[in-house]
Design a protein around this ligand. Structure first.
Ligand SMILES: [Zn+2]
Length: 416
């Protein structure tokens, strides 16, 4: 189809397919992945070519599954990677970096996968795009769908946080609130996708969509001066993000843009929805579905499509795996805000809470160059921290009342 892409390939049996809107192998039901011509890419892709590209994830066009330059972009990617010295000092990690993906156009990492998926949807001639979402994806598909002129349908559990419903609704898609959990939404969407022949970004376009997450690895490597980190801590919902970050570093190594590395991949999940962590603890890659019960709704996928692959990568790279309770998630959100000034959503709270545990138990050693991935913005899930933030002190517009308040808060802060 193009020189850089050969087509799709079954991850399990290796059977080849054309680069169509399909995602499952007809023979073994394994997931399909994009099959690149790395020899061709290697000949033309250099650090200089990437560095002179746009200041968006499209600087890595050569390693993404689109064939034209006519991409759907709202300036996603190239988010900050910074040395988190204050959080690192608290956790005893001298080389801790935060990749802050909460500052993408719709405030989550989903803009990466959606920009790629909708670019491919346009190339494939679709006029309607859709998704099954735990919240962040809905906002992103709605925004990119609007910008690209697609008819847009977003499906989500009806009980999501209001920030996520409004954050999607502002772009005027059709929002379908399904009375059920994400796994039930996803099952419905598989049927709708079969019936209506739309571009469902995380169903029939999944092989293209998921590739967008590799750009988190590409950017990390470039921002570190073209090297892979020693260790990554990644939250898991479907498990796709972790597998694609790992794949991104492997691709850069394969085409000679970074030195050989042995990056360890650690996974973070909520205690109320930790099927990947459970599999790793049991030293298997068989992921048993669970019924999610957690405030981290963006991670509440009980039957994760890429869970087995994520579990295998964590074990193969000697990474760690741990979970966070609801209270630990809230504390993780507060810790990141207090130390680094970054207000993350519940998924980020899971990542910070698990990072703390992996540092404490020595699974992450104190001098490893570790990158923690913060994937979404705290303003989307204010319900989770309401009651856990500084209270408002209401007064009349009188200096005397302010003096009285000042004495009170000064006493409090002295007492600690
Ligand atoms: Zn197959």
């Amino acid at each position: 189809m193009s020189q850089k892409i050969k087509g799709l390939k079954c991850k399990e049996c290796g059977r080849l397919y054309p680069a169509d809107p399909i995602h499952v192998c007809e023979f073994c039901f394994g997931p399909l992945e994009v099959d690149y011509n790395y020899d061709f890419i290697k000949r033309s892709l250099t650090h200089g070519k990437i560095e002179s590209g746009p200041h968006t994830l499209w600087r890595y066009w050569d390693l993404l599954p689109v064939v034209t330059d006519n991409v759907v972009s709202i300036h996603e990617g190239m988010t900050p990677l910074f040395h988190a010295k204050r959080l690192g000092a608290e956790l005893g990690l001298s080389n801790l970096f935060i990749k802050n993906d909460s500052v993408n156009p719709t405030y989550s990492f989903k803009d990466r996968v959606v920009s790629v998926a909708l670019s491919r949807a346009r190339e494939l001639g679709f006029d309607t795009v859709a998704c099954a979402s735990t919240g962040n994806l809905a906002g992103s598909v709605a925004a990119y769908g609007a910008v690209a002129g697609f008819k847009t349908f977003v499906f989500m559990p009806a009980d999501l946080e209001s920030g996520k419903i409004i954050g999607a609704g502002i772009y005027d898609p059709v929002i379908v609130g399904v009375r059920g959990n994400y796994d039930e939404v996803n099952r419905l969407c598989a049927e709708v996708a079969d019936t209506f022949k739309w571009a469902f970004v995380n169903v029939n376009l999944r092989p293209y969509y998921s590739e967008g997450s590799k750009t988190l690895a590409f950017e990390t490597a470039e921002q570190l001066g073209w090297r892979a980190p020693d260790h990554c801590v990644v939250p898991a919902a479907s498990g796709s993000l972790l597998t694609k970050i790992h794949k991104g570093f492997k691709e850069l190594e394969l085409i000679g843009l970074i030195p050989k590395h042995k990056t360890r991949m650690s996974v973070a999940q909520a205690e109320g929805c930790g099927p990947v962590v459970t599999a790793i603890r049991e030293k298997t890659d068989i992921v048993r579905p669970v019924r999610p019960r957690t405030i981290a709704k963006s991670l509440a996928i009980g039957n994760p499509a890429d869970g087995p692959y994520a579990a295998r990568i964590v074990q193969d790279t000697h990474g760690g795996a741990d979970t966070a309770t609801d209270a630990e998630i809230v504390e993780g959100i507060r810790t990141l805000a207090r130390t680094e000034g970054v207000f993350t959503e519940t998924a980020g709270g899971v990542t910070v809470a698990v990072l703390k545990k992996l540092a404490k138990t020595g699974i992450i050693s104190s001098d490893e160059l570790v990158v923690a991935y913060i994937t979404g913005n705290g303003l989307k899930t204010i319900e989770a921290v309401s009651g856990h933030t500084a209270p408002m002190n209401e007064i009349s517009p009188l200096l005397s009342e302010f003096r009285e308040l000042y004495d009170r808060v000064s006493v409090r802060s002295v007492q600690g």
